[in-house]
Design a protein around this ligand. Structure first.
Ligand code: ADP
Length: 747
């Protein structure tokens, strides 16, 4: 008797498989679509197989139904094989080339499905025509005849197509996807052999079910719900991380402001006549604040790095100056430890290099500070070597100490953030475990390398290799002040400084610090007040301008100041935003310098030295009083004096601005002509733009309008317009110059 044992067992696990498969949301890819057809197909196939066994047993009672069910079963066998072939064709295309576009894959799969569908339709037509016979023997009845044989032939063809395709792409299709095919061929051959020797044992649908089951583990079948949950968790974690970063940087910023007050006032106190022990205490306050500042800076840096906001800012720098500064700073940190500091530097290193010297300083200072911190006695050796090739100089910087050393098993942990090693020994040494984490990240950012060698109890050696570009310049071509050797404190002869900060305490600190330099300090609390000061005609030798101010930031204030003609007061940014790279940003924004808060005395002094030393050279043309009276001459010649005075604040400023205008124009005019001749419309646009705003400020309405037209045209690279209207612009300019000169008595 034909048994339904295999079919019922298969049906059981295929039902389980179906439930498992559909219980999850799947990714909507072509593989999954074909696979779901295979599962449904095998379910139907197994049911039809069981039904056909039942109807065959009763063939004489229900001959038509028996024919129908048996043929339907055969049809389901072939359709399963068609889906299987489609699956094989699709994956062999998918893995034929790398990263095949999903849409192309879908299109190809659709094409294959169409061809296979046609073959299948043809098969169904023939199957319905051909006769299916039933043979009975002592074990039961089974089907045979043309319909069955034709079905086996189609099945053989489909299996052949699948196997050939897999063999053709055997190298590119992932191994696990080819396994079901080979197992199918192998198990299928065994099943056919068994079935041929005993036709009553029906195994084909059980084999299909088994292969479908196997395929479940090979298709790309991720659980979409789980992926969605993971993505959500990842998003939330990223958000939390961002919030942490924002919190840390705003906290650090908030901490810097009161710290500024502590350091500033303490430094001020040091200049007072205090008892020796009080002075010592004040120094301790400064040291403690300095440590706190290092921590805040470290947190700011690491949060920047983690938020991927760290920027490497490359500039030209004087190698010797930077490294000498490092030596001086490190020596200062040795204090009264019995430590020898050795420094040797390769004399062939080119004087001017191009790279991020702020970061290089940070890296080397971290290593030197650690070497000093973790060494009780002996020496710290700082050696700089180089290997130069073409325009690249590889700096090989090594810091060796005779300190506590690092255990071998700890070397890998050195660069983890917040990781402090050997705590039992280091418990008294201050640190956050951030220094080397930042150092490593910075070196990675600069495509450099760091190597650590250490013997526990004997000492450590940190070696860093960094490539820097060589700038073939001499030092004096570089706009870097020479290394200051004189240690005389700087005292100005009454320089005027305007300090702008919305925070009153910061203003007091600045005033306190500046007291030592014999300067005349004016304090204002907003960008607008600063602009008003300048518009009111007050002259300063230096402006210290805070950036983070409500309403108008320092950068915006400076932009507005620059619009005032004749404004050329050096302006230094003053900010608690002490992230490295800021200095270059402020310089790019037009500032002449940068001071981070808490204000470092040495840096402040450098700035004062730079801008207050030769202030006498600035000349101002005192307007002649009588000129103020016959201003109607200008009005009669079309100059909108009233509007200008309103913009500039007063007549005095108006007159001195007229002077500035003449000077600026005499420089501007030949350049304009040159740019026009060279077809350099970009630079031409910059000059006419400047002329437009000057003209506007001075009430030279027509000139402003013509300059504006030229600015627009040159921005659009419309050289024809510029050439055609150039003489008109120059005529108007010369006309105005003549009037102003006549008026100022400068003819
Ligand atoms: P911190 O010094 O603030 O603790 P670092 O990240 O700079 O953090 O260093 C991490 C750890 O590596 C230190 O806590 C210390 O245990 C070890 N370490 C760093 N430099 C040296 C050194 N030169 N000698 C011995 N141990 C060191």
């Amino acid at each position: 008797m034909t048994s339904t044992f295999f079919q019922i067992c298969s049906l059981f696990y295929v039902v389980m498989l179906t439930l498992q498969y559909y219980s999850r949301k799947r990714i909507n890819n072509i593989e999954n679509k074909i696979y779901s057809c295979l599962i449904i197909n095998v379910l139907v196939e197994l049911i039809l197989d069981i039904l056909s066994i039942i109807t065959i047993r009763n063939a004489d009672k229900i001959p038509f139904l028996n024919q129908f069910v048996a043929k339907a079963y055969l049809a389901s066998l072939i359709s399963w094989l068609s889906f299987f072939t489609l699956y094989i064709l699709t994956i062999s295309i998918k893995h034929s080339k790398k990263d095949i576009d999903d849409n192309i894959l879908r299109e190809k799969a659709r094409l294959y499905a169409g061809v296979l569908g046609l073959i299948y339709a043809f098969y169904i037509v023939l199957l319905s025509i051909l006769e299916l016979q039933f043979v009975s023997n002592q074990n039961g009845i089974y089907s045979c005849g043309p319909a069955a044989e034709f079905s086996y032939a189609v099945a053989g063809l489909l299996i052949l197509i699948s196997v050939v395709n897999v063999l053709r792409r055997i190298k590119t299709i992932p191994r696990k996807k080819t396994i079901p095919v080979f197992i199918f061929v192998f198990v299928g051959l065994i099943a056919i052999t068994i079935q041929m020797s005993n036709p009553n044992i029906l195994l084909i649908s059980a084999v299909d079910a088994f292969i479908t089951f196997l395929m479940y583990f090979t298709i790309e079948n991720p659980d979409v719900k789980m992926i969605e949950a993971l993505n959500l968790a990842k998003d939330q974690a990223e958000k939390a991380n961002r919030a942490k970063t924002d919190f840390l940087s705003s906290m650090s910023h908030e901490i810097r402001t009161p710290l500024n007050a502590i350091v500033g006032f303490s430094q001020g106190l040091l200049e007072e006549d205090l008892p020796a022990d009080t002075k010592e205490e004040v120094k301790d306050i400064i040291d403690a604040s300095d440590s706190l500042l290092q921590i805040v800076n470290g947190i700011l840096d690491i949060s920047k790095i983690e938020a991927n906001k760290l920027e490497i800012v490359n500039t030209e720098y004087n190698f010797e100056k930077i490294f000498k500064e490092l030596v001086a700073l490190s020596k200062g940190r040795i204090g009264d430890k019995p430590l020898e500091f050795r420094y040797s530097c390769d004399k062939t290193i080119p004087p001017v290099l191009y790279g991020d010297y702020v970061r290089i300083k940070q890296i080397v200072l971290n290593l030197l500070t650690n070497a000093i911190k973790y060494t009780k006695q002996g020496y710290v050796d700082f050696t700089v070597n180089s290997v130069c090739k073409d325009d690249v100089c590889r700096l090989i910087i090594s810091v060796t100490d005779t300190g506590i050393g690092i255990k071998e098993e700890n070397i890998d942990k050195l660069f983890n953030k917040f990781e402090r090693l050997d705590l039992e020994k280091n418990i008294t040494i201050e640190g956050t475990g951030l220094g080397l984490a930042i150092t490593k990240k910075l070196i990675d950012f600069m495509h450099g390398n760091i190597v650590v060698q250490s013997k526990y109890g004997e000492g450590s050696k940190f070696t860093v290799a960094l490539d820097q570009r060589i700038i073939p310049k001499e030092l004096d071509e570089l706009n870097i002040p020479a290394i200051e050797d004189d240690n005389k404190p700087f005292v100005s002869n009454g320089g005027k400084i305007l300090v702008v900060d919305d925070n009153k305490i910061n203003l007091k600190v600045a005033a306190r610090l500046l007291r030592a330099y014999n300067v005349d300090v004016t304090l204002v609390t907003s960008g607008q007040e600063c602009i008003d000061e300048i518009l009111d005609g007050h002259k300063y030798d230096l402006i210290l301008l805070d950036d983070m101010m409500p309403k108008m930031t320092g950068v915006e204030t400076l932009l507005n100041l620059k619009k005032i003609i004749g404004f050329n007061t050096p302006t230094v940014a003053l900010t608690a935003n002490a992230i490295s790279g800021m200095k270059e940003k402020y310089l790019e924004n037009g500032f002449d310098g940068y001071l981070s808060k808490p204000i470092d005395k040495v840096e402040l002094e450098n700035i004062l030295r730079k801008y207050l030393t030769d202030m006498d050279t600035k000349t101002e043309v005192p307007p002649k009083e009588d000129k103020l009276e016959d201003i109607s001459y200008l009005k009669d010649n079309g100059i909108d004096v009233d509007a200008s005075i309103e913009l500039l604040g007063d007549k005095q400023t108006f007159l001195s601005t007229l002077n500035d205008f003449l000077e600026e124009t005499s420089e501007r005019l030949p350049k304009m002509e040159q740019y026009r001749k060279d077809n350099d419309m970009a630079n031409y646009a910059i000059l006419v733009h400047a002329m437009k705003s000057d003209a506007k400020y001075l009430g030279l309405t027509k000139l402003a309008e013509l300059s504006y037209n030229h600015e627009m045209a040159s921005k659009k690279n419309d050289k024809d317009y510029v050439d055609e209207h150039y003489s008109q612009l120059i005529d108007e300019l010369n006309h105005m110059i003549a009037i102003i000169k006549k008026y100022l008595g400068k003819e």
